[in-house]
Design a protein around this ligand. Sequence first.
Ligand code: N01
Length: 488
Amino acid sequence: MGYDPGGTEVRFVVIGAGMAGILSAIKLREAGFSDITVYEKADRLGGTWRENTYPGISCDVPSHLYTYTFAPNPEWSHTFAPGPEILAYFEAVARRHGVDRLIRYGQEVCRLDHDGTRWRVTTSTGEQDAADVVIAATGVLHHPRYPDIDGLDEFAGRVFHSARWDHSVPLAGARLGVIGTGSSAVQITGAVTDVVAEFFLFQRTPQWILPVDNPPIPEADRARYRADPSALTALRTELNAGFIQSFANAVVDADSAALKKLENAARANLEDSVTDPGLREKLRPDYRAGCKRLIISANFYQAIQRPNAHLITEPIERVEPEGVRTADGVLHRLDVLVLATGFQVDRFLRPMQVRGRAGVCLDEMWTPRPYAYLSVSVPDFPNLFMLNGPNGPVGNFSLIDVAEAQFGYLIQLIELLARGRYSQISASHHATSRFEAERVEAARKTVWVTGCRSWYLDDRGVPVAWPWSFTRFQEAMARPDLADYELI
Ligand code: N01
């Protein structure tokens, strides 16, 4: 693979300098392309690891697996390293590969218009650019979802979303409330209960939680990984196999033995960790483990059992200047309120205005919901390729592996453009409809539809995720089937 000097020079615009955007820039350069600009709206790279800085943040994929295959990291401090370390990793990799120099910071792409030949790119500062190929690496869990709760604006204390943590607000001695019980809230709970004076967790739905051990990785192990990179590769392979077998493939088959095992482990964790029967029942979900994204935590149950921690299960009635009032009439007085209420997961690319062939509008096409062929390409939007796009394997795999596999697929299409075989490539309408119908059908077998509310479900209750095994995903990503594309 590589850029054929006799072919056509290709100009690339990559949108977003998070994990997938950095990956794209590195891989494009490796393939011999040099005319690349990465547009980043913020003043720093790192995507979700730049945005999310709440106390206790880490990744629920083991760090040695949540690394690029081409950039193993012997220095991870823990099996599940903290967020700032992950951010530093992406910054170091971008620097080492020289792609940090390709990034234009403070430039939010707000328009993409296909002029029949190329993409016209407009940023929020009014700058114009043009590209033959646009790679959208804009992330999935990106736009915070704010709850619609009466009186939220009237709160007299400090209020912010978990993905917009305000570090100027002191926690020591504060009465802190957290709304939500997703991965973010669980990690925050584990990190702050021994810092604040009183802690209130407003739970609408309890979660199944798997226990994990997260001790520091001893220096001796790190030295071994430094000295012998093959040991690191072997570790990654082993972690990957375990992750796929015990988790990724389990959740797409609601009847699988692997899923039963996970359910038993989560149930045993609740029984073994929570001593007070009343609290235990409040924390017990009434849906199957894995229906919502399974949460792993080394310290949530301990934290919520501290004397200063209060699990509030009464529905929230309204927010008042002094705190949160629940349906039983109780006012929970607070100084700080954190909204760990998740993300708007259907906002791919948007609010960007994207107009494809003959002015077709992506926002209209994606109303009521986004879709894409294999989650990488959309009909009538030629040479606009997505990493971690709509309905991809968001819920059950490491997103780095997903992005690497998708890029390996896309570069094969890009090579066809570079060699001048075609000038415009986009999925056909027919293939996209077929894929979407198959995906919706397969989703019926997943644990995600067994009776819970979660961000995996769209407005129809259909999971917005790849509903098959990881092997099937790898097979799909191995080679594009050009019969499924409109090639000009
Ligand atoms: O968000 P969520 P998140 N009143 O959507 C509740 C990844 N991630 O930021 O369950 C009261 O999961 C809502 O309640 P309910 C990971 O993929 C990974 O925690 O809908 N409550 C729910 O409890 C994760 O899945 C890591 O009834 C309201 C919570 O808010 C994804 O990000 C760390 C409410 C939202 O949970 C999102 O996680 C963090 C209301 N009006 C995130 N509205 C790791 O790698 C919402 N809720 C570990």
